[in-house]
Design a protein around this ligand. Structure first.
Ligand code: CO
Length: 377
């Protein structure tokens, strides 16, 4: 995975971070292991019992505080860092942390952190040194930085979508009455890996049939597919740390008329969102475009979630395509469009694409047929 990150200009990303920090009226950023630290440094650390922190501030090279056994990861970087490595005795960590904070020049400063990512382990260590600084949320600054994907990132996401689409195509012949949701999910995971996905999938595939398809976050069960079912498959691949997240809905044998109708409505809602999304349009307008179609058809109460979410190094990230989000779309933003209708006890339909805002409008990374396809009849 590290090889595929080698063409990224981390100096440039760190310069952009310095600007984002300034715009957010911060003076530094303290990040533990996670997508933002990887985005800025290319470094991958597992969250373990040993703390890792990246300390960023304008005018200083990134400071990495890390366990000695991880120092191999920073021995050959294309950009400058100051590293502070600690040994196995936790009693020594505070002293090393203090040296790191001094090198980053954090004293007396306003420092951004990621509230959803930073653990109490790292927070306590940051606060343990007696050096005075203020920690506030740096989430908006980091979202601003990461929301617009460059060409390299968009290419990774296109590949992640291609892998996912090929994997689904590979298992289509298996979708027929008698197979269980769990068996299909297992085949899909194997197909994702066989088609080139990195092993850490963005999420376990959702395979939900019949009444289970009315639950947007269903887990695969031992239920066997039967004729008349709707079948929702929601799956994604990982290409070099970038994710895809797709959903298609199928019918097993001939579906009931109402299921055909809701599939058509969701398809039109998906298309309405595609048609309106372009630079200068807000996230809430995209949500509204999809929602209006479903409401006009009388199913507004059955579209129970937002129209989409940002996608990239995280399965869910900014921008969130929901009512009340005024953020304006700009070229390079990548997100999902995934309207749905869920009829309790009967079935559900969701059609999810991964898209990117371009200079002219919108491009859909995904192009699998969206119409309700009848399988296994
Ligand atoms: Co999604």
């Amino acid at each position: 995975m590290s090889a595929s990150f080698s063409s990224v200009d981390y100096d440039l990303r760190q310069q952009r971070l310095a600007q984002a920090i300034k715009i957010a009226q911060l003076e530094g950023m303290a990040l533990n292991a996670g997508p933002s630290l990887t985005y800025l440094t290319g470094l991958h650390f597992h969250l373990s019992e040993r703390p890792v922190l990246g300390l960023f501030s304008a005018g200083n090279p990134p400071v990495i505080v890390l366990p000695e056994l991880e120092t191999g990861k920073i021995s050959n970087l294309a950009y400058q860092t100051s590293s502070f490595a600690y040994g196995e005795d936790p009693e020594t960590w505070q002293t090393i942390m203090k040296e790191g904070i001094q090198a980053a020049g954090f004293s007396g400063r306003r420092i951004g952190i990621e509230p959803r990512v930073l653990r109490v382990l790292e927070l306590d260590l940051l606060n343990s040194t007696g050096i005075d600084f203020t920690l506030v949320s740096g989430e908006a600054a980091l979202a601003h930085l990461r929301m617009q994907k460059d060409e390299y990132e968009q290419a990774r996401m296109q590949k992640a979508v291609d892998i996912a689409q090929n994997a689904l195509d590979a298992i289509l012949p298996e979708i027929k009455p008698g197979i269980t949701e769990r068996e299909l999910a297992a085949k899909l995971v194997v197909a994702l890996l066989n088609n080139g996905s990195d092993p850490q999938l963005p999420f376990s595939p959702i395979v939900a049939s019949g009444p289970n398809s009315a639950n947007p976050h269903a887990f695969p069960t031992d239920r066997q597919l039967i004729k008349g079912d709707l079948l929702i498959i929601d799956w994604g691949a990982n290409e070099g740390g970038y994710f895809s997240d797709l959903t298609r809905t199928f019918a097993i044998g001939d579906p009931q008329q109402e299921m055909v109708e809701i599939a058509q409505i969701v398809l039109e809602a998906n298309q309405a969102a595609h048609n309106i999304a372009r630079p200068g349009v807000s996230a809430q307008e995209v949500d509204q475009a999809a929602r209006a179609v479903i409401e006009a058809a009388g199913y507004g109460d059955y579209f129970t979630h937002r129209t989409g979410h940002g996608l990239g190094m995280e399965g869910h990230e900014a921008p969130y395509i929901r009512a009340g989000n005024p953020i304006l779309l700009t070229p390079g933003m990548t997100f999902t469009i995934e309207p749905g209708i869920y009829l309790s006890g009967k079935g559900g339909v969701r059609i999810e694409d991964d898209v990117v805002i371009t200079e002219e409008g919108l491009y859909s990374f995904s192009d699998l047929p969206r119409e309700l396809k009848i399988l296994g009849s």
